[in-house]
Write a protein that binds this ligand. Structure first.
Ligand code: SIN
Ligand code: FE
Length: 309
């Protein structure tokens, strides 16, 4: 099972040896899932109520939380368990941040924390548009949250109380996925990134890189033949396990499971041990174009991945 790299740690505060740190870094940047079968995220007794209640989720599939400003989204303002939920999500955000500092010390404080999510709704049978349908293979890219050029690293913990696994599928390596779909991508119309930002459709500036990633996400999900025939490996992440993934690089789908905690981090490409393996650099080589100014920390407009690769 080449797509998963197993680690035996079972504590969030364990000291990680330099050998294990290198193994984690190499695996993640190489497009594998770093998998901790015994790393369970503990709930306090009162918090268990959050796993048995019915959630009124409106249109959202997740409850999301901004840990650095303490803002909860996706639930009613008068939710009785609000304080419990905030406490749980803040603890997950803080624990995973500390854990990644130990596991990936070379990323250091450049690994910045973004949203936390709690996913209490069963995936199977959940209605969804094809773009939001995570049961289809895809790489992550979000229409309203461009990263500019930053990587998306996510920590997932299956916290299901009934021992139900989270059923994922893992697809082909990113360069193959990109070679398949990138030739179908047209450039955005001139000025669109500025307009998207002006009308607050995007929360930042959508770079060419963001445009390409979003199209890769959409084209993959829309292609039903690809979904059926693409190389893929099914894997059930058991309840009580944790896994870490560059979800902008690893082709993935989740088709069954309930009760997940997830923490997103962003990372500048320049901080990677091997930037040339990043989606940005793969796409720049493929298109022969600089997709974002300053992506590798050089002078504006002169940075390019070919220099790194
Ligand atoms: C996804 O990132 O596509 C969904 C992961 C999950 O909810 O298990
Ligand atoms: Fe995803």
């Amino acid at each position: 099972m080449d797509l998963l790299e197993r680690f035996e740690q079972d504590r969030w505060d364990a000291v990680v040896s330099p050998h294990e740190q290198r193994r984690a870094l190499e695996s993640l940047e190489g497009g594998r899932v770093v998998y901790f079968p015994q790393l369970d995220f503990p709930f306090q007794a009162a918090e268990r109520a959050l796993l048995s209640r019915q959630w009124d989720m409106r249109a959202d599939k997740n409850i999301s939380y901004a840990p650095d400003i303490g803002l909860l989204r996706g639930v009613r303002a008068d939710l009785p368990d609000r304080a419990l939920l905030v406490g749980l999500m803040q603890r997950f955000a803080d624990t995973t941040k500390q854990f990644l500092r130990q596991l990936l010390p070379t990323y250091g404080p450049q690994l910045s924390r973004a949203r936390t999510s709690f996913r209490p709704v069963e995936i199977a049978g959940r209605p969804s548009s094809y773009r939001k349908d995570d049961t289809r293979l895809h790489v992550d890219a979000f229409p309203s949250r461009p990263t500019g050029s930053a990587r998306i690293l996510r920590v997932f913990s299956n916290v299901n109380p009934h021992r139900q696994g989270r059923a994922w599928r893992l697809g082909e390596p990113f360069p193959e996925y990109a070679r398949r779909f990138a030739p179908r991508i047209r450039p955005p119309f001139p000025g669109s990134a500025t307009l998207l930002r002006l009308f607050r459709i995007t929360k930042g500036y959508r770079t060419l890189y963001d445009h390409y990633m979003l199209r890769l996400h959409d084209l993959g999900k829309a292609d039903v033949v690809y979904q059926r025939q693409a190389p893929q490996m099914a894997f059930d992440f058991p309840a009580g396990s944790t896994w870490i993934v560059f979800t902008d690089q690893v082709v993935h789908a989740a088709h069954r499971g309930q009760h997940l905690l997830e923490q997103t981090f962003h990372l500048p490409v320049a901080v990677l041990a091997k930037p040339e393996r990043s989606p940005l650099c793969v796409l720049e080589r493929l298109t022969g174009t600089t997709l974002t100014a300053n992506a590798l920390g050089g002078e504006k407009g002169t940075a390019s991945c070919s220099a790194a690769g």
